[in-house]
Design a protein around this ligand. Structure first.
Ligand SMILES: Cc1cc2nc3c(=O)[nH]c(=O)nc-3n(C[C@H](O)[C@H](O)[C@H](O)COP(=O)(O)O)c2cc1C
Length: 385
């Protein structure tokens, strides 16, 4: 068991994850596309925004509770969908889902997860969670996936719109990240330094894309999976498909990957319940602005009929507070929870959530607010955002 009492910030979890997770999978999480300028800007631009310190305000009776698309949450944070999460730690999606649900925040399972929809439902006591959908060319597969999500008790669908084609991450190519991974001498030597991770993987049957293998036509093993995924992301995805998916799903719909005011208006017109200002954590268009800098313009353009959330670069409760002040009703965290998972499994994700919650609560109080629902842009220093 890892002693987490000395882990005091998300950066501590990142350092520990780097030690524990094989380089190929750690780098997969901790990198962005091309020059990584957007990846870095996501974090850096949060630092430029300054909070107004207020004093002699009654700080008792604080609450970070709020709602996201009508769902009660203990803080305005949800777990972002991340592919291959079960490679950061054995059974990763199940462990992260358990930590999130116990903490009272939503967990989003990716289409490209290792643990399947059914597996996560079964191992989390069939509590509702969220599912992220990539639109594939094989529409039969998508229809069945939507039906499987309903059967698994999924309570909201996140439709990702910013991955019709793939941005390139140099490290993934250099590390031989592929399905199956390349067993180079460098990779094997690196694995030998990660005994905890290896033991976990040896002890679980979950080592491939659980939502796909055995469900998509012609995909029965790792090598057929590789060619299937390479050609399946649909480059023709358009707003007509959004309408089709909305109808087919029939439940709460969240559109992920909006970075432009015009697209925000289209998202609002589509009748979706929420949109997520997101550049995919700096993994797609390198050179796009940071999510936090794009947020105010999108809040203005989106109007009142759709909730606006954001993700990208959230590494602390202060970041959650700043995003909320700039109009994001909710924030999603990707790497912040992945570092926790890689560092210490379920306990590591719980620790990440505790850290962010405490930072949010304390910082909100320093800004003279006791309820997250009362936080607005007046807690920010004018000129800093
Ligand atoms: C390792 C990794 C895998 C990801 N996989 C997916 C995915 O399968 N589907 C998706 O919609 N977004 C995916 N994303 C993007 C996240 O949902 C989210 O937008 C991003 O991580 C937010 O930035 P942050 O990591 O700085 O918090 C992935 C991100 C990372 C880091």
């Amino acid at each position: 068991m890892t002693d987490l009492s000395k882990i005091t910030c998300i950066e501590d979890l990142r350092v520990l994850a780097k030690r524990r997770v094989p380089r190929m999978f750690y780098d997969y999480a901790d990198s962005g596309s091309y020059t990584e300028s957007t990846y870095r800007a996501n974090e850096d631009d949060f630092k430029r925004i300054k909070l107004r310190q207020r004093v002699a305000v009654d700080m008792t009776g604080r609450s970070t509770r709020t709602t996201l698309i009508g769902q009660d949450v203990s803080m305005p944070v949800a777990i972002a969908p991340t592919g291959l999460t079960g490679m950061q730690h054995a059974d990763g999606e199940i462990l992260a889902a358990r930590a999130a649900l116990k903490f009272g925040i939503p967990f989003t399972l990716s289409t490209m997860s290792i643990c399947s929809l059914e597996d996560v439902a079964e191992h989390t006591g069939r509590q509702p969670f969220w599912f992220q959908l990539y639109v594939m060319r094989d529409r039969d597969f998508i229809e069945r996936l939507i039906d499987r999500a309903k059967a698994a008790g999924v309570s909201a669908l996140q439709l990702t719109l910013d991955l019709q084609i793939l941005g390139q991450r140099h490290k993934d190519i250099k590390n031989g990240l592929s399905t199956p991974p390349k067993p180079t001498l460098r990779n094997l030597l690196n694995l030998a330094t990660k005994p905890h991770w290896c033991m976990g993987m040896l002890g679980t049957p979950r080592r491939t894309f659980g939502n796909i293998v055995g469900h998509a036509k012609g995909v029965g093993d790792l090598s057929s999976l590789s060619s299937w995924t390479a050609e399946q992301f649909d480059p023709q995805l358009n707003w007509g498909d959004v309408e089709w998916i909305k109808k087919r799903w029939g439940g709460k719909l969240i559109l992920k990957g909006i970075m432009d005011a015009e697209d925000a208006r289209l998202a609002a017109d589509s009748g979706a319940d929420a949109l997520i200002v997101s550049n995919h954590g700096g993994r797609q268009l390198d050179g796009a602005p940071s999510s936090i800098s794009a947020l105010p313009g999108i809040v203005e353009a989106a109007g009142r009929d759709i909730e606006v959330w954001m993700d990208g670069g959230v590494r602390s409760g202060q970041d959650v507070l700043k995003a909320r002040a700039l109009g994001a009703r909710g924030t999603l965290i990707g790497r912040a929870f992945l570092y926790g998972l890689g560092a210490a499994g379920e306990a590591g994700v719980t620790r990440a959530l505790q850290i962010i919650h405490k930072e949010l609560d304390v910082s909100m109080a320093f800004c003279g607010r006791t309820r997250i629902d009362d936080v607005g842009s007046d807690i920010l220093l004018p000129g800093s955002f």
